[in-house]
Design a binder for this molecule. Structure first.
Ligand code: ZN
Length: 216
């Protein structure tokens, strides 16, 4: 079980996760969005890609519990991807190496993976939505406050990585100039008592039993 905790100030994080035993299996943001919603909260699960398609983790607590506001914005989205140096270059013509994609890539390399293993993220603490008139993506300053956290139960052994976004709480428009305030985030990891999990009827999740081979 792990928590991402707001310890110093409003800050969003871009999170990836992989099966520890086979990192080809990783978080599948679009299927998660299809199964649950555009924004995740307590009880929602982080599903893995095909052909595995199983819960990698379940959100067991979300202290923000933002719901959806009058603009249709929510928190902890699976609609944005992640800030990346390629889009940044497209917008500014400048090289920048500390976008979430690059931060995740450096961490992935450290873990024996490559840039190609970095995938669409869960945007922890990020407040986003689609405009009501044109259905375009927008961001708002994150409502996260010191002491807030989101908590996950790992449904199998995982490798998890997260980037504190250089846009901080995303209160400034991307590429709009100015220096956002950025803060570290806390990560807490808990080992649950096996008997507690057994008593609750919990067992590790299994990969999909589909065996049809697509009609081939
Ligand atoms: Zn970012």
């Amino acid at each position: 079980m792990w928590r991402i905790v707001c310890t110093h100030g409003p800050q969003v994080a871009d999170m990836n996760c992989w099966s520890l035993s086979d990192p080809k299996e990783r978080f599948y943001s679009s299927k998660t969005r299809q199964i649950h919603a555009t924004h995740l909260t307590t009880g929602d699960r982080l599903w893995s890609n095909m052909p595995y398609l199983r819960p990698l983790a379940t959100i067991t607590e979300d202290t923000i519990a933002y719901g959806f506001d009058d603009d249709g914005a929510g928190v902890h989205d699976v609609i944005g991807s992640r800030c990346d140096p390629y889009t940044h270059f497209l917008m500014t013509g400048e090289d920048y190496n500390h976008c979430c994609h690059s931060n995740l890539t450096r961490a992935a390399t450290h873990d024996g993976l490559t840039e190609m293993d970095v995938h669409d993220v869960l945007n922890v603490f990020m407040c986003t939505g689609f405009t009501r008139d044109t259905n375009q993506y927008f961001t708002k300053p994150s409502p996260v406050e010191v002491g807030d956290y989101i908590e996950f139960l790992a449904e199998t052994d995982l490798l998890v990585s997260a980037s504190t976004c250089p846009q901080g709480d995303v209160s400034m428009a991307c590429g709009g100039g100015g220096e956002p305030d950025v803060y570290p985030l806390g990560v807490e990891i808990y080992k649950l008592d096996d008997s507690f999990l057994r008593e609750k009827g919990w067992s590790p999740s299994d990969v999909s039993k589909y065996g049809g081979n697509h009609g081939l």
